[in-house]
Design a protein around this ligand. Structure first.
Ligand code: NHR
Ligand code: GAR
Length: 217
């Protein structure tokens, strides 16, 4: 099936500010992204991204992880919440809960994440502080397909930023975030246009296996 005339149904998972969500909403409303955001889900009841979605009339749901005793139970509830929408793509946009293999398997090849580092460097949390502690002079962000391996799925696109001598984790995060808002819509656009796929060997863009991530410039 192609998606040239239809809008791809998408569900976005967030935990916080939702600035990446906002970038996706803005690029959708500007006509750049041929998608329909069906639902925004947050595991955190106070996530500002929920207000961002509500402001533009997008449906929202809070599914608090604290109300579940196991990861499996939480992910099962997430699967049940999502199932009726039958989305073609799940977008993790600052979503802070590790997903179980059961959930990942259900949406394998149809789930993207944006991670604030130049993967495979610095998977996991607190990436900006770790980059500063290591004395790196270059940092950035990566969009990847979500697999069972945490932040280890095949990488689609990356953007680099310089690390400045006087950076704090906050100033560095802000510089990275500007780039995130560019590369995430680009990756989602490729997917929505049917140009991007996850194959057993890695990422296919226009049916070509990527030997390295696309670098935004
Ligand atoms: N799930 C799978 N299976 N695979 C990935 O690649 C995933 C994933 C879920 C989220 C985002 C990721 C990131 O970009 C992501 C990628 C949360 C944690 C984490 O340790 C790590 C990486 C990412 C997201 N979360 C803690 C947990 O116990 C909670 C931390 C908190 O609440 O602040 O789940 O960085
Ligand atoms: C972004 O920097 C994103 O890459 C990162 O959290 C921020 C969310 O910002 N994601 C993770 O760290 C996932 N563990 P946003 O809510 O404003 O989009």
């Amino acid at each position: 099936m192609t998606n040239i005339l239809t809008k791809l149904p998408v569900i976005i998972l967030i935990s916080g500010s939702g600035s990446n969500l906002q970038a996706i909403i803005d690029q959708t409303n500007a006509g750049f992204l041929p998608i329909q955001v069906q639902l925004v889900i947050s595991n955190e009841p106070t996530a500002y991204g929920i207000q961002r979605a509500q402001q533009v009339g997008i449906a929202t749901q809070i599914l608090e992880h604290r109300n579940f005793t196991t990861r499996q139970a939480y992910d099962n509830a997430l699967l049940e919440l999502i199932a009726p929408y039958d989305p073609e793509l799940i977008v993790l946009a600052g979503f802070m809960r590790i997903l179980t293999s059961n959930f990942v398997a259900r949406y394998q090849g149809r789930m993207l994440n944006i991670h604030p580092s130049l993967l495979p460097k610095y998977p996991g949390l607190n990436t900006h502080a770790r980059v500063l502690a290591a004395g790196d002079t270059v940092h950035g962000a990566s969009v990847h397909f979500v697999t069972e391996m945490l932040d280890g799925g095949p990488i689609i696109i990356q953007a680099e930023v310089p690390v400045m001598p006087d950076d704090s984790p906050e100033t560095l995060a802000a510089r990275v975030l500007v780039k995130e808002h560019l590369i995430y819509p680009q990756a989602i656009k490729w997917f929505a246009e049917g140009r991007l796929a996850l194959a057993s060997q890695g990422v296919l863009l226009d049916k070509q296996l990527l030997t390295r991530p696309v670098i935004w410039s």
